[in-house]
Design a protein around this ligand. Sequence first.
Ligand SMILES: *Cc1c(COP(=O)(O)O)cnc(C)c1O
Length: 353
Amino acid sequence: MEIKIVKTVNPKQKTEEDSLIFGVEFTDHMFEMDYTEGVGWHDAVIKPYGPIELMPSAMVLHYAQEVFEGLKAYKTPNGETQLFRPQENFKRMNRSNERMCIPQIDEDFLLKALKALIKIDEDWIPTSTGTSLYLRPFIFATDPFVGVRVSQTYKLMIIMSPVGSYYKGGLAPCKIYVEDEYARTVRGGTGEAKCGGNYAGGLAAQEKVHAKGYEQILWLDGEKRQYIEEVGTSNVFFLIDGVFVTPSLEGTILSGITRKSVIELLKHWGETVVERRITIDEFYELYQQGKVQEAFATGTAAVISPIGTLGWQDKEMTFNHGDIGAYTQKIYDTLYGIQTGHIKDTLNWIVKL
Ligand SMILES: *Cc1c(COP(=O)(O)O)cnc(C)c1O
């Protein structure tokens, strides 16, 4: 399929790199492609970023048939543009599509489209430490019909946002609260799919923990409210007695590409990583025995977030005296170093533009 290109005649003013805020500003162009049952995906176009037309009856607005992805483009010290494991994102998008009854996409074609879009807005990629161009592909149902069924038409878009350093002044430990009232998902639900509905259902919990003075939620499983699952928009790891532990993927947890990369990196270093179910009760017991050495969350937005404090009911757990653990720092430095081209990509994760 050809990609039509319509360039903007009004390039926007760019914000200074040190005042970039996550997800607020978007580049000059976007990618768009439509799907019609019986025809397939068609009309791929890169055009100026701007509003889209949608019927008020568009199905996505009523029943949330939608999926999305998130990845980043980085500038290397010698001015090249590179992506971190983008094929994994499109593979995962197709898994989400399957769960949400959205037609499959051609992963190779989309990577080509993404590269073409980045190329056009390449001068939007910020270069200072901690910055990157956040890429957001998403698909939504567009049938003008207020009834519950699978849509026959869809729109796929990619928009891009220059983002600043997630942590001003380097990595900083965060405060997380263990949610034991609200549930994110259950087995058989949509927890494994990267879809907007999962987030809508989590907002009430997010508001609650913010009011308590915490930044993020640690979700427990929806059935027993016992098994540790993941943190807000990230997966979670603990260093317990010299062994890295992360909850196993049992159908309710989003399979993070950062999670997968951290596991591969740790194994490459000769560390032991165990993917298993772990209850909050067991975790608290290990904590009381002084065995929990480090805790951190993993995701594209922040790469690695050290967890300084974990609140649970009326208890508060602190790891590594509330400071960043040595391993947490080393993992961050290595992953971020590979992503930005400061460290050699020996694991073949990088795709150049
Ligand atoms: C995107 C996401 C993650 C992290 O995935 P990465 O591929 O590492 O960015 C974790 N949990 C949820 C719920 C997510 O949506």
